[in-house]
Design a protein around this ligand. Structure first.
Ligand code: DLL
Length: 436
């Protein structure tokens, strides 16, 4: 058994070979969906599309989209394409609105998922020799078990720590020789902060790399995590509707996330017109699952915003890259006509001395305008007798946000530890807009 999981044949294909493969898989998918899933049969019939006549990628723009509400309306199993007898695992999306989307995996799906994650771990420099602590939540959320199965597939020694009990996490990191940590970036930051409070230096742990995702995070946050633990921090992206973690991943170049394009056909569209954006521009990511059996989806609108990076990658993989995710379109703020994502505000905060990266953005709406208050904690070692500097730092943060993003916000510095920490996905945005 090889010590890494680098599938050169699949990860370094020529564009032509990849597109041929995608075309073939798209044709098979359309046939399969038509004959196995009443939802898609109806969608094809209504659009007047005969799946047998789909030639390949050139026909993709004529195929119907799938949206989150379709999944919710199909609750729990109506969008499954495989019989329940063939489903061996069920997960659900971490919906914040109370309505959840349910997804099912066949045995083959689980294997493909583990391979996608094993590719991601390999790209982060992991091998069968690593000890990987999985501190994403285990359960109905896909983070824990997704990373777990991928790390197991790779042959690493896996510590299924799950989220929470941060002191015990630190004990494992210190005593078990852990070389790789997988969790949300905000939880990694909390682990580092808690270690310091306990008088430990997180950089002294044997950790070498982190595989962080499940929420938007900035390059500034990456720098903080890398220096706190003395590691390389890699981004991993995915969503339960499509797979879970492992749809796309960063490599040693740390510049964009390679999409597992042999399994996930990817488009970037203008959310208004639903047409592809010009090459390299930001838009909504749309995925078609080419190989999934449990719940394959056609042109699923993720509401996540990114763009393609088109230059070749120095790592040699030809799988196209997504730029670091900006965030979800639902979280986008419009401030005097300027579109801003919380992750862009985070990027500015991480560059200001004296403030920490624990922050919260509180948005309200006045008329058609979003009004934004940025609450950010001061550094824990900020000298107590320098409270007078608060105002000048607030002014500085406001000025830096204004100059970097061309928006004006209110800024309030708050005491260390006054903003709630998260052991999973951080809640950075408090959105009071819908109440108005
Ligand atoms: O968060 C899957 C996952 C687990 C990915 C662990 C990476 C690591 P959901 O709970 O369905 O699945 O949430 C999916 O989280 O649509 C994005 O908005 C956001 N997201 C996930 N990864 C990233 C990332 C998992 N690397 C939603 N950067 C997605 C930015 C991310 N946002």
């Amino acid at each position: 058994m090889s010590e890494t999981y680098y599938q050169e044949h699949d990860e370094c294909m020529s564009r032509q070979a990849l597109e041929d493969l995608q075309s073939r898989r798209l044709r098979e998918l359309a046939e399969r969906l038509y004959h196995s899933t009443p939802f898609y049969r109806q969608a094809f019939d209504e659009a007047g599309i005969d799946p047998a006549r789909i030639g390949g990628l050139q026909d993709l723009p004529s195929l119907p989209f799938t949206v989150k509400n379709d999944l919710r309306a199909a609750y729990p199993y109506k969008l499954f394409s495989a019989p329940l007898d063939d489903i061996v695992r069920i997960h659900a999306s971490s919906g914040t609105t109370g309505q959840i989307s349910v997804v099912g995996y066949t045995r083959d799906d689980l294997q493909m998922w583990a391979q996608c994650v094993a590719r991601a771990l390999t790209a982060a420099g992991a091998s069968a020799h690593d000890i990987i602590q999985v501190s994403y939540g285990y359960g109905i959320f896909t983070g824990g078990l997704g990373l777990h199965d991928g790390a197991t597939y790779l042959g690493a020694s896996v510590i299924p720590a799950s989220g929470g009990n941060t002191k015990r996490q630190i004990q494992f990191l210190r005593d078990f020789g852990v070389t790789g940590l997988a969790c949300t970036p905000s939880y990694a930051l909390l682990i580092a902060e808690t270690a310091r409070e306990l008088g430990e230096d997180p950089a002294a742990f044997p950790l070498r790399f982190g595989v962080f995702g499940a929420e938007a995070w900035s390059v500034g946050m990456r720098e903080q995590l890398e220096s706190a633990f003395g590691i390389k921090a890699y981004d991993i992206y995915g969503l339960s509707e499509i797979l879970g973690p492992g749809v796309a991943f960063e490599c040693s170049a740390q510049h964009g996330l390679h999409i597992n394009e042999d399994h996930f056909l990817t488009e970037i569209v203008d959310p208004q017109t639903l047409r592809p954006v010009p090459e390299g521009e930001f838009g909504e990511i749309v995925f078609t699952t080419l190989t999934k059996q449990g719940i394959p989806l056609l042109r699923y609108r993720t509401r996540d915003i990114s763009r393609f990076i088109t230059e070749p990658c120095s790592c040699g993989r030809t799988l196209r890259r997504l730029d670091r995710l900006r965030g979800r379109s639902d979280d986008m703020l419009i401030i005097r006509g300027v579109n801003v994502f919380p992750s862009q505000i985070e990027q500015v905060l991480t560059g200001v001395t004296g403030v920490s990266s624990n922050y919260q953005i509180i948005v309200s709406r006045e008329g058609l305008m979003d009004k934004v208050l940025v609450k950010v904690e001061i550094e824990p070692d900020f000298p107590a007798d320098e409270i007078a500097r608060f105002e000048s730092i607030e002014r500085q943060v406001r000025a830096e946000i204004e100059s970097a993003l061309a928006i004006s916000v209110q800024v309030r510095l708050v005491e260390p530890k006054s903003i709630a920490r998260s052991e999973g996905k951080a809640q950075r945005l408090i959105d009071n807009r819908k109440e108005n």
